[in-house]
Design a protein around this ligand. Structure first.
Ligand SMILES: *Cc1c(COP(=O)(O)O)cnc(C)c1O
Length: 465
């Protein structure tokens, strides 16, 4: 299972560090078939059935291919309601990974957020982070808490090549903690910074955040969904960590904080799951009672024991250097391949996704005609690729209904873990290169129907002539 192995040589081809035992057919459709699908769903890719998608880059969340060891462990699970052996195995893995004694499973990340925040926050509080993920922000805001983003200046410039664009602006954090003394129940940091493009946070920055929190007597919590990808970036980009293993680095990071919330659907290498882990016992009894109310008994927390078994194995596998070198290699390969064919991307590529800058690629399509949505739709129509618009469809509507162009027009290609091969990626790159070649022929879209809020999920569009 966890063979300690040397990382793959960085100058050679990327190879998948696994053999394939189980396969499923890749859905293949003709362009004409996809054009009919697009008409049916009103050019909204969220409404397309997965069976009509050839390469699904909508999200990296819960889309992981599990290993033979994980599937094998699932068969050994102990499905007892209370005190399951599988829980104790999972608990031991999390304790060994994080050093935190108290481990509470939940069915996914947002359940962990809801549970912990509802105990630790009250209306009028303020919680800073580098960037809050959208469910994190929403769970804080529905409690009347102000979710504040304090990412460093480099993190806001999509063209700047900087190794740690997920870092927190620590002087601003210090000032924030002084100004709002008594109203900050905890400080958060997201590793890697999902909302900021999957950019990592450095060990040095995490130390500074931790020290600031200690000086101000405020707990420090990690939103640690991609703790392994973050540890890998620290290893290859921060000289002091070059000789440490990803596990040592991850442990060092967890030791700087007081606890973590984790959606296991990312670096847990599973399709469902999450957990809270805390160093201190103070909140734990109340947390467990609330857990019983909403998720389940504390030794399963809304999951089947087989999910806990798969997660216990996944949390170990994800720290293998061969896996992490491959994982980083894939996103870098796609980003570099796009650069070579003149498709601008956000720099540097993040750990789990590559972001195409649609505004730069399609300067002839104005924001009010949704260039990123137009690109996402064409990627699907021509190539069967599903991506996610992060632009003026998602952010361009004010609460009063008026239009305001989004700061960026991005198309996100999120890469599922261990699912696609390098041949798939080459095929995808060839397709995008062809599309870029005829970029001037792409046309924008108009919205023909939309809901009051979160319109990107359900809006219907029509292509402009
Ligand atoms: C996915 C994610 C969450 C929420 O987790 P779910 O399992 O989707 O509920 C929270 N924070 C970050 C950074 C995430 O990427």
């Amino acid at each position: 299972m966890t063979t300690p192995a040397a990382p793959l040589p960085r100058k050679r081809s990327i190879i998948e560090p696994f053999k394939i035992k189980v396969v499923e057919p890749l859905p293949l459709r003709t362009v004409a078939e996809r054009e009919r699908v697009l008409e049916d769903v009103g050019y909204n890719l969220f409404a397309v059935r997965a069976a009509d998608v050839t390469f699904d880059f909508l999200t990296d969340s819960g889309t992981t291919a599990m290993s033979a060891a994980q599937w094998g462990a699932m068969m050994t699970a102990d499905e007892s309601y209370a005190g399951s052996r599988s829980f104790y195995r999972f608990e031991e893995v999390v304790q060994r990974l994080t050093g935190y004694q108290h481990v509470v499973p939940t069915h996914q990340g947002r359940a962990a957020e809801h549970l912990l925040f509802s105990l630790m926050c009250k209306a009028g509080d303020k919680v800073p982070s580098n960037n809050h993920f959208d469910t994190t922000r929403a769970n804080l805001e529905q409690l009347g808490v102000d979710a504040v983003d304090l990412v460093c200046a480099e993190g806001k410039d999509p063209t700047l090549d900087h190794p740690f664009k997920g870092n927190v602006d620590v002087p601003r954090l210090e000032a924030f903690l002084t100004e709002h003394r008594g109203h900050v129940p905890f400080v958060m940091t997201t590793i890697t910074n999902n909302t900021g493009g999957g950019q990592p946070v450095s060990l040095a920055n995490l130390r500074d955040i931790s020290a600031a929190c200690r000086r101000h007597g405020v707990p420090f919590l990690l939103d640690a969904c991609r703790f392994a990808e973050n540890a890998w970036f620290i290893k290859v980009r921060e000289p002091e960590a070059a000789d440490k293993t990803p596990r040592q680095i991850a442990r060092e990071v967890f030791e700087l904080a007081d606890g973590c919330l984790v959606s296991a659907k990312k670096d847990g290498l599973v399709n469902i799951g999450g957990f809270i882990a805390l160093r201190d016992v103070a909140w734990v009894p109340l947390l467990r009672s609330r857990l019983i109310l909403t998720e389940g008994f504390p030794t399963y927390g809304g999951l089947a024991a087989r999910d806990l078994e798969a997660l216990a194995v996944g949390l170990d596998e994800v720290l293998e250097e061969t896996y992490l070198a491959y994982r980083e290699g894939v996103t870098r390969y796609i980003a570099d391949g796009l650069t070579r064919v003149g498709v601008p991307t956000m720099r540097p590529p993040g750990g789990h996704a590559v972001y195409i800058d649609a505004r730069a690629l399609l300067p002839h399509i104005p924001a009010e005609q949704f260039p990123a949505q137009a690109l996402a739709v064409e990627l699907y129509r021509a190539e069967g690729i599903r991506s996610c618009e992060i632009g003026s469809v998602m952010f361009g509507k004010r609460p009063d209904g008026s239009f305001v162009p989004s700061a960026m027009e991005l198309v996100r290609l999120a890469i599922p873990r261990r699912v696609y091969t390098q041949a798939h990626m080459d095929y995808v790159l060839e397709g995008i290169a062809e599309l870029a070649h005829r970029r001037a022929t792409l046309r924008g879209l108009r919205i023909v129907q939309e809901p009051a809020f979160l319109r990107h999920f359900t809006a219907r569009f029509a292509p402009l002539a």
